[in-house]
Ligand binder design. Structure first.
Ligand SMILES: C[S@@+](CC[C@H](N)C(=O)[O-])C[C@H]1O[C@@H](n2cnc3c(N)ncnc32)[C@H](O)[C@@H]1O
Length: 242
């Protein structure tokens, strides 16, 4: 079995605690670095998730690993009744809460501390669940996915946006160069966390993308699973039904 990818190599803390610490450390710079390092493409990807979600007209949505709430805010376009975002990083949630207050949408979006691997809601609570760039960070992927499945209503949809690895020349080579050299350098410079942007390419590398991830979705009970590769395979959207 491959070694678990963790943010801080010398720490004996659990991956979950390390991930929460890392996102607390970079929370203030997270949005800026996200848009800067992806050259704004991350916004297009989140819009794509929401356009797929539109067909399902969900009223009650769960945004897992919501971070600073960007996907939840993008999903406002669907005019849902309620969006609940959960995350283990209080630092990320704090930034998200400020953004939501500024937009005056606190009555629709609620951000709560919560762990995807032990979700604080009863069975069959949501019409849809979404997660952007979160599943790769779960300590126990299967537990996280099965908890999401549990809180979804029968007939509902689950959409995952996650990085994947382009496999065609020359995008693959350019991407590898950018992701393993340039991105960690810029990330370290701005975020002041030496590990966060080295952990990023390593965690993408270790993530079971594509058909392997579709299998994991099926293993916890989802069906009709599909993958949609975006931007030469730099990211993928996975759609599953309960
Ligand atoms: C890369 S950020 C993504 C944030 C946001 N979804 C976005 O699109 O920008 C990943 C987030 O996953 C959260 N996370 C990691 N493991 C988690 C878990 N077990 N439960 C809830 N959130 C988790 C982290 O705290 C972090 O805020």
């Amino acid at each position: 079995m491959s070694e678990k990818v963790i943010p801080y190599k010398n720490s004996t803390d659990s991956k979950k605690n390390q991930v929460a610490t890392m996102f607390n450390n970079i929370a203030k710079k997270y949005d800026f670095l996200n848009h800067f390092l992806s050259m704004g493409i991350d916004k297009l990807w989140r819009n794509k998730v929401v356009s797929i979600l539109k067909k399902h007209q969900p009223k009650i949505i769960l945004d897992v690993a919501t971070g600073t709430g960007d996907l939840a805010i993008t999903a406002l376009k669907l005019k849902p009744k309620k969006i609940t975002g959960i995350d283990i990083s209080t630092g990320m949630l704090e930034i998200g809460k400020q953004k939501i207050k500024k937009r005056g949408v606190e009555d629709i979006i609620e951000l709560l501390e919560g762990d995807s691997e032990n979700i604080q809601f009863p069975n069959h609570s949501f019409d849809a669940a979404i997660v952007a760039f979160g599943v790769r960070n779960f300590e126990n992927l299967q537990k996280g996915l099965s908890e999401i499945h549990r809180v979804l209503k029968p007939g509902s949809v689950f959409i995952v946006l996650e990085f994947s690895k382009p496999n065609k020349f020359p995008i693959k080579q350019v991407y590898n160069m950018y992701f393993t050299n340039i991105l960690p350098f810029i990330g370290k410079l701005f975020s002041k966390d030496n590990s966060a942007y080295t952990y990023l390419p390593q965690s993408v590398n270790a993530f079971p993308e594509g058909t392997a991830f579709l299998e994991k979705l099926k293993d916890v009970g989802f069906h009709n699973v599909k993958e949609n590769r975006l931007s030469f395979g730099i990211a993928s959207i996975y759609v599953a039904e309960k």
